[in-house]
Design a protein around this ligand. Structure first.
Ligand code: PEP
Ligand code: MN
Length: 351
């Protein structure tokens, strides 16, 4: 049997819809934890999150408070009768989280990239009944992601969910990590038994976009959301720009979920969103091409080289044709497009 089909969807049905995880990016101190949980709307939020070991891009940044943070989470759990969740990134962290009986464990994007890390974590969590959520890897490699999930299932872990937190594909001014809706919903189509959760905080990196991305995920049929929420977002020690206040969280969830039942997937919308993303990619690449063309123009000018070189153009045409054959795409269509692209490049180089 396909390992992925063994995942138990039932765990998510024990929660009400929508399944919401909220809480700060990082646990910073006890009062930040207790104050954040105090104001978080428990009608929506059934799981409180906080990272205590933080995978930071550069050394010297706030790297989390460590084990003591789990004590604060347990205190929050006891006082507010809420489930708690934290990120684990190696076997020692997995063992400590189990020792503290943390309810839900998540594996971060950087860890999902490394099969050795996942194998090691899966080993430590073998046979656990705990819920384990696994974020997508940094690059758009769905097999690597699902391979990580399989490693968990292989160790008899069946209460699993996947978190879409966006991918590093091309530099984007809008997103911190680009959402790839079609790819993720395709997983859901193939494996309806895998709960999918969207993390709009790490997708956007920007609190102004949390509502829009959360709404989109819910319209695409996601089971839930993980939203970074902090009592004082502007002064957060990590991911300040993307965290929202508990009050803002309630407003956003109210706007999305008032009178809302779980959606059936809106396929047309999904494909349209994908087209927008593809178009953005095309424009990004064209801009890149124009910049490169400009640089070539400077070198040509400096060295007195003709702007239009007939034999180079013929070479390019042959090159396009070869790629078109390989990809099985109408080469007339592509040549016509490139006529327009070249016209602009020549215009730029003539300037
Ligand atoms: C986080 O959830 O705070 C985090 C580090 O996320 P990611 O692994 O998605 O970067
Ligand atoms: Mn974060």
């Amino acid at each position: 049997m396909n390992l992925l089909k063994k995942i138990n969807y039932k765990w998510i049905n024990k929660f009400s819809y929508p399944f919401i995880i909220a809480g700060p990016c990082s646990a910073e101190n006890e009062s930040q934890i207790m104050n954040t949980i105090k104001y978080i709307n428990k009608d929506y939020v059934e799981v409180f999150r906080a990272g205590i070991w933080k995978p930071r891009t550069k050394p010297g940044m706030f790297e989390g408070v460590g084990e003591i943070g789990l004590k604060w989470l347990l205190k929050a759990k006891k006082k507010y009768n809420i489930l708690i969740s934290t990120e684990i990134a190696n076997k020692e962290q997995a063992e400590i989280a189990l020792k503290y009986d943390i309810d839900i464990l998540w594996i971060g994007a950087r860890s999902t990239c490394n099969p050795f890390t996942i194998e090691e974590i899966a080993n430590s969590l073998s046979n656990t009944k705990k819920i384990v959520l696994i974020k997508n890897p940094l690059s758009l490699d769905i097999n690597l992601w699902l391979g990580g999930v399989e490693r968990l299932v292989n160790k008899n872990i069946f209460n699993i969910g996947i978190i879409h937190r966006g991918f590093t594909i091309y530099p984007s001014k809008t997103y911190r990590n680009i959402p790839c809706w079609l790819e993720v919903v395709n997983i859901k189509n193939k494996y309806p038994n895998i709960p999918i959760i969207c993390d709009p905080s790490h997708i956007t990196g920007n609190r102004k976009l949390i509502y829009e991305i959360s709404k989109k995920a819910i319209n695409f049929g996601y089971d839930g959301l993980m939203i970074e929420t902090h009592i004082d977002p502007d002064n957060a020690l990590s991911d300040a720009n993307q965290q929202i206040t508990p009050k803002n969280l309630t407003n956003i969830l109210n706007k999305i979920f008032i009178n809302k039942k779980k959606n059936k997937l809106n396929k047309l919308d999904l494909y349209r969103t994908n087209i927008l993303e593809i178009d953005k990619n095309i424009i990004y690449l064209l801009k890149n091409r124009l910049n490169t063309s400009k640089d070539i123009g400077k070198i040509k000018k400096k060295n007195n080289i003709e702007i239009i070189q007939k034999e180079k153009m013929l070479d390019l045409k042959k090159y396009y044709k070869k790629i078109c054959n390989l990809l099985d795409i109408d080469d007339n269509y592509i040549q016509n497009l490139f006529d327009i692209i070249h016209k602009k490049s020549i215009e730029i180089q003539l300037k």
